[in-house]
Write a protein that binds this ligand. Structure first.
Ligand code: NDP
Length: 251
């Protein structure tokens, strides 16, 4: 846990970083913070006005001009990801960072009542989409000297809990996939692949999962950014195939 990490202002100078789910919550904070440390960020998401708002905030703060890539991970196919890779290749020629942050909670419900269509939807957004996006982007990540790929996990991706259904299964799969890809890339590229559990964070998703909780008791997305910066920056270069936490466990 790098909650106290102090990132130098130029940590991500000249880096090209794609953030999924960049329009809200943790992804929005990460996109803005990466830009504040010099990165050109590609804002990917499904709600264009939200992405435009983040774009404007980055420009207003004097960050490098970002790019918007509208995409709904639920309906996206391999063809869409390949098209995306071609577009990014033309525009930037490489990718130095990829933060898989977009996520769908689905529904907290006993498995016996879990709707199969919703299950598929959650798996699509949380794991299948990110996997095929990664496959399409690997050639671009290899063009970077030391690309960092971060997958977002959750505490329920390490210890199963009642009612978390597809969401928890998708996060277990995420942690497993990170180990597989990191092991494969270890001796063939300089790409590092890790998973990051943000921990309880004040966002819409958390509010939906815990409607009775007082949001004021939670860390904000901004609070947990030190680990997001460290894992994207060169100081984490020696780490791959590992799982990280963006905040200490709650007592
Ligand atoms: P939010 O719901 O606040 O934000 C999720 C983001 O993902 C939104 O920008 C949303 O877009 C985007 N998204 C959802 N579905 C799709 C889709 N089909 N295609 C493209 N983008 C999509 O969640 P958080 O910020 O809280 O969560 C971010 C990540 O952190 C997730 O992976 C989540 O599982 C994980 N996490 C969060 C925790 C927390 O306490 N907040 C704890 C543990 C893990 P839109 O705004 O358009 O809906």
């Amino acid at each position: 846990c790098m909650i106290d990490y102090q990132a130098p202002p130029d940590l991500l100078q000249g880096r090209v970083i794609l953030v999924t789910g960049a329009g809200d919550g943790i992804g929005r904070a990460a996109a803005k913070r990466y830009a504040a440390h010099g990165a050109t960020v590609i804002l990917l998401g499904r709600t264009i006005p939200k992405l435009e708002a983040v774009y404007d905030e980055i420009e207003a703060a004097g960050g490098p001009q970002p790019a918007i890539y509208p995409l709904n991970l639920e309906g996206a196919s391999l063809t869409d990801y390949q098209h995306m890779a071609e577009t990014l290749d033309k525009e930037f020629g490489r990718l130095d960072g990829l933060l898989h942050n977009a996520g769908l909670l689905g529904r907290l419900t006993p498995f016996e009542q879990y709707d199969p269509a919703l299950w598929e939807q959650v798996m699509q957004v949380n794991i299948n989409g990110p996997i095929w996006m990664t496959q399409s982007l690997l050639p671009l990540l290899k063009q970077s000297e030391d690309a960092s790929v971060i997958f977002t996990s959750s505490s329920v991706g390490r210890k199963g809990r009642a009612f978390w259904g597809a969401y928890a299964v998708s996060k277990f799969a995420t942690e497993g996939f990170v180990e597989i890809l990191a092991d494969e890339q270890e001796n063939v590229s300089s790409i590092r692949i890790n998973s990051l559990n943000p921990g309880a964070t004040r966002t819409q998703m958390r509010k939906t999962a815990y409607p009775g909780e007082d949001p004021a008791t939670l860390r904000t997305p901004e609070d947990i950014m030190p680990t997001y910066l460290w894992l994207m920056g060169p100081e984490s270069r020696e780490h791959s195939g590992e799982r990280f936490d963006a905040q200490p466990p709650r007592s």
